[in-house]
Design a binder for this molecule. Sequence first.
Ligand code: FES
Length: 99
Amino acid sequence: MWVQGARMDEILPDSCKVVSVLGRKIALFNVDGELFATDNACPHAGGQLGEGDLDGHTVTCPFHAFQYDVRTGACVEGQADAVETVRVKIDDNLVLFEV
Ligand code: FES
């Protein structure tokens, strides 16, 4: 099921944010106008990836600086499990998440 969690104008290019969808926290990433989403909780120790630093397709966790590829959820250097990705799409100005 697709559920609205944000508006496109709330997520600027090359930025990220935390959104709440049916009580689930999701990290939303805008990479040069293309959206990606993952679970918000870092698999290492629960850092909020939606409050991390985004550089291209890589987000750096604000807790211990592990890095994840927002396209696949993979931990770049393999120190932790992958973070779960969430399908996301845009409908007009609405950002929808598959939950
Ligand atoms: S909680 Fe994310 S790197 Fe440790």
